[in-house]
Ligand binder design. Structure first.
Ligand SMILES: NC(=O)c1ccc[n+]([C@@H]2O[C@H](COP(=O)([O-])OP(=O)(O)OC[C@H]3O[C@@H](n4cnc5c(N)ncnc54)[C@H](O)[C@@H]3O)[C@@H](O)[C@H]2O)c1
Length: 304
């Protein structure tokens, strides 16, 4: 008989968290999801994730949801005391640069302190269980912009072919500009690495670029492809912020992110960091995305 495993997924109603719920439910695991729908507080009604929670509740078999705020240290510790988790997938976050400047305390409390609450609870109650932190490439701040670029018709491109494989994990993380969001995520990222290395815990840190999928509650300030498609479908104006729309990102599907997480679960390391890149063929600029999705006449694109 196989042992029943339980995974804790934070941010379980969000893009990556909901993919994690579905993934482990399919594998027959028990899934405990934590999400307080704070995305709606961050972004208003368009950020409301309850539709995604209902979808999961209808379609999964062993999923239970807890409306818990990861900022609440006591509640987080109590959850770990009461339940035994074989794996923790931590995806709850304040995910936007621009919003962080407007809500610096909430941003820090969720991203940095919330992560510490989970790491410490894991250390106390299940230190042998793999812990996955969903981090971001924003931990590198604007350091990657120092690589020489050339401007093409629809995108910026690396000037040197030796850079074509992109930025690796040795890129420096300090002495550059991050945004408050980048700084709070970097704090969480470093703390997670430290729990791995200092306490020898199986902690993996995954740094995403642009992650996407149909279960994102995309809003203008977060969830680029999801929001772009919505704007196109509903004939809303779409605003490109800076760089003439030629800024390039890897766009990785949430399902592929889960594949990476599962590989880590099966072969965890203590405090390892992974950039989640897709290679040049999975990267595109904002302009290229607009063209790919289709841009029927009459849909306004504004540039700032
Ligand atoms: N989506 C991307 O393009 C992208 C890129 C790089 C990194 N990431 C990182 O991946 C992670 C997941 O991103 P996502 O796109 O799934 O975001 P998301 O906003 O869709 O999901 C996050 C979920 O966390 C919940 N949440 C927020 N604060 C909470 C709190 N205090 N307590 C409990 N739940 C809370 C929100 O309600 C939301 O449902 C984040 O750490 C984000 O920084 C995302």
């Amino acid at each position: 008989m196989t042992q029943q495993r339980t995974v804790l997924v934070t941010g379980s109603s969000g893009l990556i968290g909901s993919e994690a719920v579905a993934w482990f439910d399919r594998l027959g695991w028990e899934v405990v999801g934590v999400d307080n729908n704070m995305r709606m507080i961050f972004f208003g009604p368009e950020g409301d994730t309850r539709w995604n929670l209902s979808r999961l509740q209808e379609r999964t078999h062993r999923f239970s949801h807890i409306n818990l705020d990861i900022r609440n240290r006591e509640s987080v510790a109590q959850l770990f005391q009461e339940r035994t988790f074989s794996l923790i997938v931590h995806c709850a976050a304040q995910p936007s640069h621009d919003l962080a400047a407007r809500m610096p305390f909430e941003d820090w409390d969720v991203n940095a302190s919330g992560t510490l609450n989970l790491l410490e609870a894991a250390r106390r109650y299940c230190p042998e269980s793999p812990f996955i932190l969903m981090s971001t490439n924003k931990v590198y701040g604007d350091a990657p912009n120092e690589l020489p670029l050339v401007e093409l018709e629809s995108r910026y491109e690396y000037a040197r072919s030796t850079d074509f494989d992109g930025i690796n994990e040795t890129c420096r993380i300090d002495r550059c500009l991050h945004s408050l969001f980048g700084a709070s995520k970097l704090a969480a990222d470093i703390m997670a690495q430290e729990y791995g290395r200092y306490f020898h815990m199986p902690v993996g840190v995954f740094r995403g670029g642009c992650l996407t999928g149909s279960h994102h509650s995309g809003v203008e300030l977060h969830g680029f492809l999801s929001y772009l498609v919505k704007a196109m479908v509903h004939s809303k104006p779409y605003t490109i912020f800076g760089y003439k729309g030629k800024q390039v990102r890897d766009n990785i599907h949430s399902y592929d992110v889960l594949n990476a997480f599962f590989e880590f679960y099966q072969n965890p390391r203590a405090g390892e960091v992974y950039n989640l890149g897709g290679g040049r063929e999975k990267s595109l600029s904002v302009l290229a995305a607009i063209r790919k999705i289709g841009h029927p006449a009459g849909r306004r694109i504004a540039f700032t």
